[in-house]
Write a protein that binds this ligand. Structure first.
Ligand code: YNC
Ligand code: MG
Length: 404
C-alpha cells in the first residue's frame, strides 16, 4: 500500500510513534534549487501541461467547471463542493501567489482541462519554528481519468514548481488517510435552515423527535448581544493582524499573517466581488481598541440529483481571537463564555446572510463552544499533513490537552 507515498519525504506509519520519545523536528530531505529539473515530466500521450491564468475569466471558469463536476464529494455522493469563481480567486490568489502554481493538464486535441492542482505560499509555524512553505489544494482529476496514477504525477509536478521557487516544505489536508497525519480534526455542523437540511438528506430526524422540535432547537438569535460588535473595516486591518498574531501564538501549528494577508483573508471589500466570500466582525472597545473578532466564509455544496434543491449554502467558521484568551493567567471559564458570545453573534449574521448550515472543525478553542452552540459531529474527518517535515503529533482541539 502507498506505493507512491512510500517514495516521498513524509513520515511513515510505525516510525517515531512513541509519544514518550519526542524527536527533533525539521526537514526530512535537504535539496537546493539547482538540483531541481527545469522542465516537467512528460505526460501520457494525448495530454499536456498547462499553466492556468486565473486573472483571465475564461481560464478561471475552466477551473471552476472542472471542480464543480469532479471535486470532493461526501462518502454517499450526495453533495459536492461548489467553489464559486470568487472563492477560487480568494483561495488561490492571496498575497505572493504565483501563476506557475496553478497547474493543469489539458487533452491535447480538445484543449479540455482534465486535471488540476494548486499551491499558495504560506509562512507556517510548527511549534517554535517558522517554515517558508506552500499549501497545496484543489487536486482534482476528471472522473473519466481516475485510478490511472495521474495524481502522483500532479503531486510531483507541483513539488517541482514549489522547489524551483525555493520552497521545500508544504502543508495539505484531506479526508483520506495517508502517511502520516500530523493532526486530525473532525467536522461539526450547526443547522440553521433545518427543514432544508432535512429535505436534502443532510440532517436526520432524531428518534422520537418531531420536525417542529428540531426547528425550535435550531432557532437563531433575533439580534446580536455584544456591545461594540460591527463589521470589520479597512482601518481595522493592523489591529486585527496584531490580535490574531497574539492569539495564534498559543497553538502549535498555525500560519503567520501580515497586514496584507489579513486584508486578503478577512476584509470584505464591498467595492468589488459580486458574490461575497468572507464576513468578519470586530468588537470595538470604549477607547476604539479592537478587543475581539470572528469570521466565517461561504462555500456552497451542490446537492447531487435532488428534485428541489440544487445547493446547500454553508458558512465555515474561520479565524477568531479575543483579548480574553490572552491574559497571563487565562481563565478557561471566562474564555469559554466570551467565545460562546462571539459565536452566538456570528450565528445571527449567518442567518441574516441566508446560510443553511454553519460548519466548524475541532481545532483552535472550538471545543469550548461547539456543544453549547448546538454543533453536532459529522462523519467527515480532516487530516493535516506536512510534506518534507518531521513533526511530533499535534492533537486536535476538542481534546483540550494539546490544541491545534
Ligand atoms: C489525496 N487527496 O494514495 P499511493 S485534497 C494525496 N492527497 O498513492 P491515482 C492522494 N494523495 O497510495 P485518482 C490523494 N488521493 O499509491 C489519492 N492520493 O501512494 C494518492 N478526487 O493516484 C493515493 N481531491 O491518480 C495513491 O488516483 C495515488 O485517479 C493514486 O486521483 C486522486 O487537494 C484524486 O478528493 C484525489 O479528483 C485526484 O480521486 C481524484 O483517484 C479526485 O490513481 C475528487 O494518489 C477530488 C479530491 C483531493 C482534495 C487536496 C490536497 C492534495 C494534496 C496532495 C499532496 C501534496 C503534497 C505536497 C506537494 C508540494 C511539496 C512542496 C514543496
Ligand atoms: Mg489517475
Amino acid at each position: 500500500a502507498y506505493k507512491f507515498w512510500a517514495t516521498q519525504p513524509v513520515q511513515k506509519f510505525g516510525e517515531d510513534e512513541n509519544p514518550d520519545k519526542p524527536f527533533e523536528e525539521g526537514p526530512i530531505k535537504i535539496q537546493t534549487v539547482d538540483e531541481i529539473p527545469k522542465e516537467p515530466s512528460p505526460l501520457i500521450d494525448g495530454f499536456e501541461w498547462a499553466t492556468l491564468d486565473l486573472t483571465k475569466d475564461e481560464e478561471l471558469k475552466e477551473v471552476y467547471e472542472l471542480l464543480n463536476g469532479h471535486y470532493v464529494e461526501d462518502d454517499e455522493a450526495m453533495f459536492r463542493f461548489n467553489y464559486s469563481p470568487s472563492i477560487l480567486k480568494w483561495a488561490m490568489m492571496p498575497p505572493g501567489w504565483k501563476k506557475e502554481w496553478h497547474r493543469g493538464v489539458r487533452a491535447t486535441q480538445s484543449r479540455r482541462l482534465v486535471a488540476f492542482i494548486a499551491a499558495i505560499p504560506v509562512e507556517l509555524r510548527v511549534r517554535d519554528k517558522v517554515i517558508h512553505a506552500s499549501e497545496v489544494n484543489f487536486l482534482c482529476i476528471h472522473k473519466k481519468l481516475r485510478a490511472k496514477r495521474l495524481a502522483p504525477v500532479l503531486i510531483k509536478e507541483i513539488t517541482r514548481l514549489c522547489n524551483l521557487e525555493g520552497v521545500f516544505q508544504a502543508i495539505y489536508t484531506g479526508g483520506i488517510v495517508l502517511p502520516r497525519p500530523v493532526s486530525t480534526c473532525r467536522y461539526y455542523h450547526r443547522a440553521i435552515n433545518w427543514p432544508k437540511l432535512y429535505d436534502v438528506g443532510f440532517s436526520h430526524l432524531p428518534k422520537g423527535s418531531r420536525p417542529q422540535h428540531q426547528i425550535k432547537k435550531y432557532a437563531t438569535p433575533e439580534s446580536t448581544k455584544i456591545k461594540g460588535l460591527r463589521e470589520m473595516q479597512k482601518k481595522d486591518i493592523p489591529a486585527v493582524q496584531k490580535l490574531l498574531t497574539r492569539y495564534l501564538a498559543k497553538y502549535q501549528l498555525a500560519a503567520e499573517f501580515d497586514d496584507h494577508e489579513v486584508e486578503h483573508w478577512l476584509w470584505h471589500n464591498s467595492d468589488d466581488t459580486p458574490d461575497r466570500v468572507v464576513w468578519t466582525y470586530v468588537v470595538e472597545g470604549p477607547h476604539k481598541e479592537i478587543t475581539d473578532f470572528i469570521s466565517f466564509y461561504c462555500l456552497e455544496s451542490s446537492v447531487i440529483n435532488h428534485p428541489i434543491h440544487n445547493n446547500v449554502r454553508a458558512a465555515y467558521l474561520f479565524y477568531y481571537a479575543t483579548e480574553v484568551g490572552l491574559k497571563d493567567e487565562v481563565d478557561r471559564a471566562e474564555l469559554k463564555s466570551r467565545l460562546n458570545e462571539l459565536v452566538t453573534d456570528s450565528l445571527y449574521y449567518c442567518k441574516k446572510y441566508k446560510f443553511d448550515v454553519y460548519n466548524a472543525l475541532s481545532l483552535m478553542d472550538n471545543g469550548l463552544f461547539l456543544e453549547e452552540q448546538k454543533f453536532g459531529p459529522g462523519d467527515g474527518q480532516l487530516h493535516y499533513y506536512l510534506f518534507n517535515y518531521k513533526a511530533n503529533p499535534i492533537a486536535g482541539g476538542v481534546d483540550k490537552r494539546n490544541r491545534l
